[in-house]
Design a protein around this ligand. Sequence first.
Ligand code: F6R
Length: 260
Amino acid sequence: MEIIIQENEEQAAKLAAREIRALLLKKPAAVLGLATGSSPVGVYRELIRYHREEGLSFGQATSFNLDEYLGLPPGHPASYATFMQEQLFREIDLPAEGINIPSCAPSEVEVFCEAYDARIAAAGGIDLQILGIGHDGHIGFNEPSSSLGSRTRIKTLTAETRRANARFFSSEDEVPPHVVTMGIANIMEAREIILLAFGRGKAAAIAAAVEGPITASCPASMLQFHRRVKVFIDEEAAGALQRQDYYRWVYEHKPGWQRA
Ligand code: F6R
């Protein structure tokens, strides 16, 4: 794991966006794994800027979103489909046919999930997966106790996650209890992973994911097994890490050829 601690969210988001830009320049038909929530918003803003100012194109790319609430129609203001349109898709040239979001009717979940995994495989697998992390260590909507070998399926949100996400709805009761999410195994198959976390509220989850034991009680800890993970965090989210000084030293002394 490479732990990249930046002074603030904006700087960290800019560095993370540079990685995605580098991938798209090298491989225009890249397959991107995308996340919603607050953490990737700065990265998406920077990608939009690259698109507008430098002509960075997503025209040949494909995207797969991690998760979606079950039972919310795509046009619902709090759906992740709406979120992605507003925060990224409507501002760039990613073709509609290249966009994949795990949205289906509750009665079709099983068939849909199998087909979603098959679609990822048919696209050649995910080149770069963007992740946020929940306060309880979830990635995607793989809540604690999720199988570390899980694939796309239905999950039930914890009360804590529903509370955290109530800000996108008019009340906590409106947050759907069920979601469809890519599994930990899907995430682990991505060729590269970028994990983003900002603010004091994420410090404990980041410490558990990076320095804690590998356990289904903190699904993000599974990332310790991945060979190419970059963790972009601000000072506050880094606050509970024991080896902060080492991570900073490593980053400052990184050979030039290893930088994006
Ligand atoms: C969203 C997702 C979740 C979020 C996590 C953190 O697609 O997969 O794992 O990344 O809940 O959310 P924020 O970034 O809003 O703190």
